[in-house]
Design a protein around this ligand. Structure first.
Ligand SMILES: Nc1ncnc2c1ncn2[C@@H]1O[C@H](COP(=O)(O)OP(=O)(O)OP(=O)(O)O)[C@@H](O)[C@H]1O
Length: 244
């Protein structure tokens, strides 16, 4: 019996005549966090967008919680707990932090219990509690990312997809955000994390895949000793010595 939460099988996708995904297969188990690594422009975001039906795959299939996602709207998937926090997600600048969080609860069908959700988000992100009445348009980059993740939590995820949550953040803020993601990990069922910071991805996930030219070229356990040089060889080709 297959008890995976998500199964992606032989997925291909692209834009017009440009092929981006070339037959990707992966699975995410219940209570499992997986990381996707790889250079920019090799298809990680496209893969995530296909999983949440924000982009239509050319062929292959995605099964979530035991059923095929074809024909389901992104909104329907959100209501079933598949929550995607996109790269650089935009917030309504005129809403306060609390209003943005409430909006997310409302649009995902959890308005009746939004105050419980809010308490939970403030436990994960104490900084947002301090800023609850502040307009999101006036927040720092790190705080805006916290609101985006908080909005994801308000939607009660079973599978939380995070695309580049630490993009553009300083090392200190990145560290603070990664602590928050660790807290989310303890509570959310499953996570798919894409981030340019390899060490961060490996420290927050159980397994990882390297995506290159729209295909998975390497996979492993995140707790294994993954040499930076070995990983860079996969990204760039050649050995460390040859690149020096
Ligand atoms: N809407 C689009 N229209 C046309 N091409 C696109 C579109 N979105 C992405 N692409 C192209 O598809 C390829 C894969 O992009 P994608 O964003 O999936 O890669 P990525 O690995 O997530 O990169 P990054 O880490 O920079 O986000 C790139 O060549 C990109 O230019």
């Amino acid at each position: 019996m297959n008890d995976d939460l998500l199964t992606v099988t032989d997925l291909t996708a692209g834009y017009g005549h440009t092929k981006v995904l070339r037959g990707i297969s992966l699975r995410v188990g219940a209570a499992e966090a997986i990381g996707l690594l790889g250079p920019n422009g090799h298809g990680k975001t496209t893969l995530l967008r296909c999983v949440s039906n924000l982009h239509r795959a050319t062929s292959g299939s995605v099964a979530y919680a035991g059923s095929d996602t074809r024909g389901r709207s992104p909104r329907d998937l959100v209501r079933r707990g598949l929550i995607h926090v996109p790269q650089g997600s935009r917030l309504f600048p005129q809403l306060t932090v609390a209003e943005a969080l409430r909006l997310s609860a409302a649009s995902s069908g959890h308005l009746a219990t939004w105050r419980d959700g809010l308490d939970h988000v403030f436990t994960v992100f104490p900084r947002l509690k301090e800023r609850r009445g502040q307009l999101t348009g006036t927040l720092s980059g790190g705080e805006r990312q916290m609101v985006s993740l908080g909005m994801g939590l308000m939607a009660r995820p079973t599978l939380l997809i995070l695309d580049e949550p630490t993009l553009g953040l300083s090392p200190k803020v990145k560290h603070e955000l990664s602590e928050c993601i660790l807290r989310i990990r303890a509570e959310v069922s499953s996570i798919i994390l894409v981030d340019g910071d390899m060490e961060l991805v490996l420290s927050l996930t159980d397994r990882y895949h390297v995506v290159l030219h729209g295909d998975i070229v390497h996979s492993g356990a995140s707790d294994a000793t993954v040499g930076r040089d070995a990983m860079m060889s996969l990204f760039l080709g050649g050995s460390a010595d040859e690149r020096r």
